[in-house]
Design a protein around this ligand. Structure first.
Ligand SMILES: Cc1cc2nc3c(=O)[nH]c(=O)nc-3n(C[C@H](O)[C@H](O)[C@H](O)COP(=O)(O)OP(=O)(O)OC[C@H]3O[C@@H](n4cnc5c(N)ncnc54)[C@H](O)[C@@H]3O)c2cc1C
Length: 470
């Protein structure tokens, strides 16, 4: 596809994974002319693959961040596992010094409901957002989408007559007008050759380049101004978060504990049984949000001691107990030391490469520990199970899932956020961010359903703006 001097469209979206595909859904119902810029090709190529290597430091294994950020049509949607859970009100309200979300749970729940069918789920899964917050433990399973939604085929997008898709177009950075109030151009490269295209003032630009990619673009230095376009308030790249997790122990458990949950009247297709601590208790105990899931352990010979324990409690409680593995996942506390920066070296597409720092903190790990121990005590007290909790696993062996979040967070003021409650970058009338880089906090669960919900919410907002002609 030939390079052009002007990207002439009503809306330009960057990236083609879940954040972008969901923002497009409301827009595709209008007459808006949409240009889609995708850095990767239709399949992963060596060129695309090389673009995601960074200097990675911290608790996440080597190339974990880059390995979960795929430069291809459909992005990481092509390989994700498809399980998730919603955030709850407690995650949004700024408890205990954590930043507040600029929207309430009712609005988020509305978009969880709307986005659930897009992700192959029943809208009733959104009922999980709310529960009795005074409870000590809440049976709050993960939803498993099987098969997971994958945007592997571009044809459905290209069937829309108003859509132009340009693959192998890596966005490098934006330029803005002299007053610094709207984006007027995009530097991009095609297989390493750099080009510039101007953008009209009334074109809306939506950046959905992934949890790291959005910040990478907003950190690229500008040729003619002191600060990078989009990082006017210096917050881009700060407070990187994901999800520390580990198998925390095992136990002989009454299978009633993992029965199909019914309290939220959810029409589950597939679910993973899991428990969290209720909001009031989390606040009282200064915990982060953590969940412990239970899966039947792989068959293995029991030690004589384990056999004795199982036998003892089965007789004492007059019930059958089965061996389950307890797996805990927690949110990471937003911490300014966990961050991305750009380095002098550039990648083959012409973007400065990233240096990524992300280390688990005491509260992250203590939340894994306390949540697991409280649940274990609850099982024992209620004759539901007897468990062991593995201290070394929690404090020496946790690892993380690369769900990069929080490094261009949204909020209510430029003093504490990169963009406003809609995702619009504070300084610019026409630049929006989309995806988990917006999340001020991450909850305990994998992020993609929340990304989809926010994508559809932004799509609705853009449709309303286009109607107003703003
Ligand atoms: C192995 C694996 C398992 C996972 N399992 C789960 C799970 O079970 N549950 C869950 O919730 N999440 C899971 N995830 C995470 C999930 O895939 C992501 O949350 C989701 O894909 C993020 O969507 P996104 O649209 O924000 O970004 P991405 O999927 O990262 O897509 C970014 C898009 O932007 C493009 N791009 C990047 N940079 C540029 C640029 N400079 N110019 C132009 N285009 C660019 C990319 O090519 C891509 O199309 C998993 C991820 C992996 C890798």
């Amino acid at each position: 596809m030939e390079p052009v001097k002007t990207f002439d469209a009503d809306v330009i979206v960057i990236g083609t994974s879940i954040a972008t595909q969901t923002v497009l859904l409301p827009l595709l119902k209008t007459n808006a002319r949409i240009l889609v810029l995708e850095g990767g090709d239709y399949e992963l190529t060596p060129f695309g693959n090389n673009l995601t290597f960074s200097d990675e430091r911290g608790h996440y294994i080597n190339h974990h961040w880059g390995g979960h950020w795929l430069r291809q049509y459909g992005g990481a949607s092509r390989v994700w596992n498809g399980f998730s859970a919603p955030l709850e009100n407690w995650d949004l309200i700024g408890i205990d010094g954590r930043p507040k979300w600029p929207l309430g749970i009712d609005e988020l729940e509305k978009y969880y409901r709307i986005s659930a069918p897009v992700m192959g789920e029943d809208p009733s899964v959104a009922n999980l957002t709310k529960y009795n917050i005074a409870q000590e433990f809440v049976d709050r399973p993960y939803i498993i989408m099987d098969p997971a939604l994958a945007y592997a085929d571009a044809k459905p997008l290209l069937n829309n007559k108003n859509v132009e898709l340009r693959v192998k177009h890596n966005v490098i950075k934006f330029t803005c007008d002299d007053s610094g109030s709207f984006i007027n151009g995009i530097w991009y490269s095609v297989e390493g050759t750099v080009h510039f295209a101007s953008v009209k003032k009334n074109t809306k630009i939506v950046l959905g380049a992934g949890g790291l990619g959005n910040a990478q673009i907003l950190l690229q230095p500008a040729a003619n101004r002191r600060v990078a376009v989009g990082n006017e308030f210096g917050l881009v790249g700060k407070t990187l978060m994901a999800h520390p997790h580990i198998a925390v122990g095992e136990g002989f458990i009454d299978p009633i504990v993992v029965r199909k949950p019914t309290w939220a009247q959810v029409n589950y297709k597939k679910w993973l049984p899991a428990y969290i601590i209720g909001a009031d208790y989390k606040t009282k105990l200064k915990l982060l949000n953590a969940s412990v899931s239970l899966t039947i352990s792989a068959i293995r010979p029991l030690s004589p001691n384990e056999e004795a324990v199982q036998d003892f409690y089965q007789k004492k409680w007059r019930k059958k107990l089965e061996l389950y593995t307890l797996y805990a996942r927690t949110e990471q506390l937003p911490n300014a030391d966990n961050r991305i920066e750009i380095i002098a070296d550039k990648n083959a597409a012409g973007l400065h490469k990233l240096k990524i720092y992300c280390v688990f903190g005491a509260r992250d790990l203590m939340s894994l520990d306390t949540t697991t121990r409280m649940l274990s005590e609850h099982f024992l007290k209620n004759k539901l199970g007897v468990t062991t909790v593995d201290n070394d696993a929690i404090f020496l062996k946790p690892w993380g899932w690369a769900h990069p979040s929080g490094i261009t967070r949204f909020g209510t003021s430029p003093k504490e956020s990169v963009c406003d409650h809609t995702g619009r970058v504070w300084s610019y009338q026409n630049l929006y961010l989309n995806g988990s880089s917006l999340f001020p906090t991450v909850g305990y669960a994998n992020p993609t359903w929340t990304i989809a919900a926010l994508g559809m919410r932004l799509g609705d907002h853009l449709v309303a703006e286009l109607k107003k002609g703003t």
